[in-house]
Design a protein around this ligand. Structure first.
Ligand code: NAD
Ligand code: TDX
Length: 356
């Protein structure tokens, strides 16, 4: 039986991690503590958890500002908070950035994961009521043609610096399980969307640019396919695995919701036009086919029968509902947006791309 009382969440100030902490406190009946270790890179925003801090802070929620590569700090966090569960979200997560600057990806995603695993092994010292859960991606499996799906048994074939760094970390997690008996689980998930997503990923880029009447960048021919999953559905899957997933197993998590990029961009134009009372052509005319991403994976599609059959998990939010919720959230949270825009991200994007 897992103890699941003092959870170390890494990267909890990022998009999925902040939604995860909110999901666990508000939807699961969890009675223990969450300690959020986050470096607050350009993608981390403590403001994304201000409601949790005021509602659950001190007693049930603590924030530790620091780097998962910092061995001394990580070991101290295990001791100070008597950690029995790790849920590891922290990563450099954006494929485009990994092409421009891979070093930080190797550092955080590989060395950071190793540092956490080693601290967990030393602190837990053979205990079996503990768990290291690692969040990974479908991108480790490579790229699909027009047909077929990624299964848990699909051989790894990562093709970007980002996915190669995630694949490396997955292997190290499993090595700690096989070699040292560390209790671990992994989830490999498809593209997430929802509130608090950093405006470098496709859906928030398009929403922001429509709001600002800027061009909508579509890479290559726009026919690359992604499988989209609402962030709370990902997080309910993570919670199911952390509670009942089998030690040493990998679970695929997907939306079973494949979209060509251009069709998704057009759907967002239609939704925004409806909200703004305009003709959709006003926004569709902003679509701009730009230079393709180098090594751009063509299609991702997840088979997630294993988690459905073993743990009874399923998606609960349709794409239509999820997009409406997401657009509504961005339209209402203008302060979060302007704070994000005035930060490091803006400087980076101007340096690398000029203003879009
Ligand atoms: P994100 O970029 O929004 O957030 C990452 C968080 O990690 C930030 O808060 C950042 O400050 C923190 N962080 C980065 N480096 C750190 C370090 N060295 N030490 C401590 N904290 C650090 O990412 P996300 O989209 O929320 O993704 C979370 C996880 O889910 C990642 O592991 C990613 O690979 C995985 N994933 C993401 C998606 C997706 O669609 N976004 C899909 C599948 C898997
Ligand atoms: O401006 C854009 N125009 C565009 O056409 C952006 C930002 C993206 N794209 C395309 C590239 C992809 O085919 O849209 C698709 C989605 O791109 P991203 O949002 O950058 O996501 P992706 O590269 O698919 O990776 C995401 O899903 C898997 C996350 O960023 C990863 O962290 C996760 O592992």
């Amino acid at each position: 039986m897992r103890k699941l009382e003092n959870i170390l969440v890494t990267g909890g100030a990022g998009f999925i991690g902040s939604n995860f902490i909110r999901y666990v406190f508000k939807n699961t009946g969890f009675k223990g503590k969450i300690i959020n270790l986050d470096k607050l890179t350009y993608a981390g925003n403590a403001e994304s958890l201000s409601d949790i801090n005021s509602e659950f802070g001190d007693e049930r929620y603590s924030f530790v500002h620091g780097d998962i590569c910092d061995k001394d700090l990580v070991s101290r966090v295990f001791i100070d908070y008597n950690i029995d569960t790790v849920i590891h979200f922290a990563a450099e997560s954006h494929v485009d950035r990994s092409i421009h600057g891979p070093a930080e990806f190797m550092n955080t995603n590989i060395i950071g994961t190793f540092t956490l695993l080693d601290a967990a092994k030393n602190f837990w010292n053979g205990r079996s009521d503990v768990l290291f859960h690692h969040i990974s991606t479908d991108e480790v499996y490579g790229s699909l043609g027009d047909s077929g799906y990624f299964f848990e048994t699909t051989p790894y074939d990562p093709r970007s610096p980002y996915s190669a760094s995630k694949a490396s970390s997955d292997h190290i997690v499993m090595a700690y399980n096989h070699t040292y008996g560390l209790p671990v689980t992994i989830t490999n998930c498809s593209n997430n969307y929802g509130p608090y997503q950093f405006p470098e990923k496709l859906i928030p880029v398009i929403i922001f640019n429509i709001m600002d009447n800027k061009t909508l960048p579509v890479y290559g021919d726009g026919k690359n396919i992604r499988d989209w999953l609402f962030v709370d559905d990902h997080n309910s899957a993570v919670w199911a695995v952390v509670n009942n997933g089998r030690n040493g197993e990998t679970y695929n998590v997907g939306g079973e919701n494949e979209w060509e990029n251009i069709k998704l961009v057009t759907a967002l134009c239609e939704k925004m036009a409806l909200i703004k009372g305009k003709d959709k052509n006003n926004f569709e005319s902003l679509i701009n086919y730009v230079k393709d991403r180098p090594g751009h994976d063509r299609r991702y599609a997840i088979n997630c029968d294993k988690i459905k059959l073993e743990l009874g998990w399923k998606q609960t939010v349709s794409f239509d509902q999820g997009l409406d919720l997401t657009i509504d959230w961005y339209l209402k949270n203008t302060q979060w947006i302007s704070n994000i825009r005035s930060g490091e991200y803006k400087k980076w994007i101007e340096k690398n791309y000029g203003s879009r």
